[in-house]
Ligand binder design. Structure first.
Ligand code: F6P
Length: 362
């Protein structure tokens, strides 16, 4: 029987548990054994009890739980070759040669590097007499399949990452709450949102809450943005709006790549006579129950991930499971990561038009 491992890595995201549940159950349904690796790559390096065989009922109730119930951690040891060799040994001792990882682009790139090194890691294990050649012989190849779990929706080649719609819903709820108090006092609020270098959460929240103005990394504020923002806000006030909401992505910048901060915007609004407060939403955006969309996305993608493991040949490049125009599809993991990096590079060289185009590309 094939043994398939599943783990969550990087920042948690609502829906990750749904993907663990789907991988475990699809593996069992496909007559394989399923193993959960606890605490991300840390669990792979520690081995033993951190790699636990899972039965159908072990993932009962996972679908509606937020965060990741099998844990996630930053693991320095896995960054070193010695750590990866130990991880390979632990996997072989458990008989696992396929890993489904739900995480961000950094975690998925690490996984593909592990796959690439796998044959040489096994050679080293035999040379160092940590395992015998008989022990390693059945495990010639490592299969890696990526699922993108991140609230940021920052991976190219997929329309939605697991967690982004839950986070968006949480942000909208929070802004709705801010709205009522802002309206009561006729105040202005500057709300800071997460997303690292990606403005998707902010852009969507701006549309979904009808905010007055937003700042995102992909469209840096042009010279004179202060006056532009104030004239938009004043126009809205003249139309009878009793509140002002400006949403600032944590990665927002101006054309010179200087960070735009909520406090800087507060000063400008206060200077224009608006009673202004700053609300930093923080990790509230990442917590809580997954939205229906993320439960569905993680389930369908988890099922597809197991299919991808079972259909893989030694030549198949590691896939990442994506959602494109409402269809679950496989894309080469490394290409998706490379395209994502190009967005950051385009922003760095101030080629904002290309950055926007790359974000939209499949
Ligand atoms: O990638 C998810 C995310 O929540 C980003 O939006 C944010 O920049 C970062 O992680 C925060 O990381 P940490 O939880 O380590 O502070």
């Amino acid at each position: 029987k094939r043994r398939i491992g599943v783990m969550t890595s990087g920042g948690d995201a609502p829906g990750m548990n749904g993907s663990v549940r789907a991988v475990v159950r699809m593996a069992l349904y496909s007559n394989c054994e399923a193993y959960a690796i606890y605490e991300g790559y840390d669990g792979l390096v520690k081995g033993g009890d951190m790699i636990k065989e899972m039965q159908w009922e072990d993932v009962r109730g996972f679908l509606s739980e937020g965060g990741t119930l099998i844990g996630t951690a930053r693991c320095m040891e896995f960054m070193q070759r010695d750590g990866r060799r130990t991880a390979a040994k632990n996997m072989i001792l458990k008989g696992i040669d396929a890993l489904v990882i739900c995480g961000g682009d950094g975690s998925l790139t690490g996984a593909d590097k592990f796959r690439d090194e796998w044959p040489s890691l096994l050679e080293e294990l035999v040379e160092k007499k940590e395992l015998t050649s008989e022990q390693v012989a059945p495990f010639k190849h490592l299969n890696i399949v990526g699922l993108v779990g991140s609230i940021d929706n920052d991976l190219s080649m997929t329309d939605a990452t697991i967690g982004c719609y839950s986070s968006l819903a949480r942000i909208c709820e929070a802004i709705d709450s801010v709205d009522t108090t802002a309206t009561s006092h006729q105040r202005a609020f500057v709300v800071e949102t997460m997303g690292r270098h990606c403005g998707w959460l902010t852009l969507m929240a701006g549309v979904a809450t009808g905010s007055d103005f937003i700042f995102i990394p992909e469209q840096p504020a042009k010279e004179g943005w202060e006056g532009n923002m104030l004239s938009v806000i004043q126009k809205h006030r003249h139309l009878g709006k009793r509140k002002t909401i400006v949403i600032v992505a944590e990665g927002a910048i101006d054309e010179n790549l200087n960070k735009i901060t909520p406090h800087q915007i507060k000063e400008i609004l206060s200077g224009a006579g608006l009673d202004t407060r700053v609300t930093t939403l923080g990790h509230v955006q990442r917590g809580g129950q997954p939205a229906a969309y993320d439960r569905m996305l993680s389930t369908l993608q988890g099922v597809e991930a197991v299919k991808a493991v079972l259909e893989a040949t030694p030549e198949t490049p590691s896939p990442v499971i994506c959602m494109i125009e409402n269809k679950i599809v496989r894309r080469p993991l490394l290409e998706a990561v490379a395209q994502t990096k190009k967005v950051a590079e385009a922003i760095e060289r101030k080629d904002f038009k290309t950055a926007m185009e790359l974000r939209d590309a499949e």
